[in-house]
Design a protein around this ligand. Sequence first.
Ligand SMILES: [Zn+2]
Length: 105
Amino acid sequence: MELCIVHYNNELNGSIQCPKCHCGNLHHVKVEIFSRQEDKGEVFNTVFSKGTQISIDKILEASDNPSSRREGLKIWFTCENCDLYSALNVVQHKGETLLYWDDIS
Ligand SMILES: [Zn+2]
């Protein structure tokens, strides 16, 4: 899996650019929060989808968590200009916070 770095448009209030077509018209449609104590097997996955659905699930398989050992956040976006449906990940990793897009290929 190849990860995409995040690009900003400094001329338009620092808006995030679409990783596929590079326009600045993105819409966030879903947020997933992965809450986990360091290295614990269980993860709480909280999902907010388009302001109407909320779910909280305890999951044992952390494969969807972008962090291999700690907390993670996925913000799902669509683009007005192309068929993008991808997640921007905010990941806790060894005392650092990483920011990257899911693979869009
Ligand atoms: Zn796009």
